[in-house]
Ligand binder design. Structure first.
Ligand code: WAQ
Ligand code: MG
Length: 249
């Protein structure tokens, strides 16, 4: 699902480029769940803190290949008191993975830019070159899900931490699919919802580290950056992120 609204309420101009991203969601489901999920997705799009959409797109496709299974990253939470403190923490964790400070700072410029992408930016770790074919759209991780037993077990664990929300489960699922790929070094994520100020960094080594106050309340900017190896086969990576079905078990 993706929902957007036109920039100026100008209904005559239907140009994609002036659409503001409101909400997006994706998953892998059984046939008998589709009605329910579609209802939930529409509800989510229609009641969003980023505003009321004037377009909602839904795509339902049957999988042509069976999903392969991966496990979830481990989860931890770090309390930061301000975006500045969060940024210092992130730099201290990502620099040892071989990502230079100026490249991390550049990633923050992309995330904090008022033009909110609906996908992620792919940035090469050494040169800092952005590799997404469409810098307005970004690369959207799709075709991912979690099997029912694992979902239940995860819900119980998250409930103990008081964070059993769809948002946390979806973010952890996305981060796990992304980190699994050999070309991905790390991810930074900041929600673009003005009412959600916890973000995360993730990698195979670090796991999924939630970070409080990664942005200020009311801030409409956010995004995702995937730091990738210099020698990445970009087409292969994008095909994995967008098209290869992956299920968490
Ligand atoms: N693939 C690539 N990029 C995406 C995707 C996706 N499937 N979904 C969202 N994005 C990008 C896009 O640029 C959005 O603007 C941005 O990420 C933020 O998306 O543990 O709510 O759905 O407490 O607003 C993380 C912390 C919350 C959860 C993330 O992101 C926790 C969140 P949002
Ligand atoms: Mg959002």
């Amino acid at each position: 699902m993706r929902a957007s609204k036109s920039n100026n309420g100008n209904q005559i101009n239907n140009d994609e480029s002036i659409q503001i991203h409101i909400s997006g969601a994706e998953g892998i489901y059984d046939d008998n769940e589709i009605n329910k999920v579609v209802k939930e997705y529409i509800k989510r799009a229609m009641n969003h803190s980023r505003g009321k959409p004037d377009k909602i797109f839904l795509t339902i496709e049957s999988l042509k290949q069976s999903p392969f299974e991966i496990s979830l990253l481990s989860l931890s939470t770090v309390s930061c008191n301000s975006p500045e403190e969060a940024r210092e923490f992130i730099i201290s964790k990502l620099q040892p993975l071989g990502i230079a400070k100026d490249i991390i700072e550049n990633a923050f410029r992309i995330i904090n830019s008022p033009i909110t992408m609906r996908g992620a930016s792919l940035i090469k770790t050494e040169s800092g070159i952005p590799c997404e074919p469409d810098t307005v759209r970004g690369v959207r991780v799709s075709r991912l899900g979690i099997d029912k037993e694992s979902q239940k077990r995860l819900s119980r664990k998250l409930a103990k931490l008081n964070i059993n929300t769809t948002r946390v489960k979806e973010a952890l699922t996305i981060a796990s699919k992304v980190a699994y790929h050999k070309s991905v070094v790390a991810e930074i994520c900041v929600s673009d919802d003005p009412d959600y100020t916890t973000g995360y960094i993730a990698s195979k080594e670090l796991g999924y580290i939630r970070i409080t106050n990664i942005k200020r309340l009311g801030d409409m900017n956010g995004g995702r950056v995937f730091f990738i190896r210099e020698d990445t086969d970009i087409n292969e990576l994008i095909n994995y992120l967008e098209k290869t079905p992956v299920i968490i078990r």
